[in-house]
Design a protein around this ligand. Sequence first.
Ligand SMILES: [Zn+2]
Length: 109
Amino acid sequence: MSDEEPKVAEETSARIRISYEEAVEFFLALTPNGNCPLCKSDRWEIPTDQTHKGDVFLLPAGGMRGGKRAYNLGLECKTCGFVRVHRANLIREWLDGDRAVPEAPSDEV
Ligand SMILES: [Zn+2]
């Protein structure tokens, strides 16, 4: 707490939170074939928040989305280090909704 952060309290209250379990559920449901586009590995590291135990670490995106502060969740490929970024707000909205899984378009018909 060395840097001056005058708006910490305000930002904390507006901050969205996603638990690790919720993030895993989201990714398993919506990106079941989410292999790394570069090395094809399917092992991703989801960063956890050291302040809020059990939550994933969200990075402020610097803008707004649907009237709320926008946050990003970055997943790191455990094999090659490639980082993919998801808008955390959309994950939160999916979790708060009916958690519908879109029908995967199939070209194997
Ligand atoms: Zn990779």
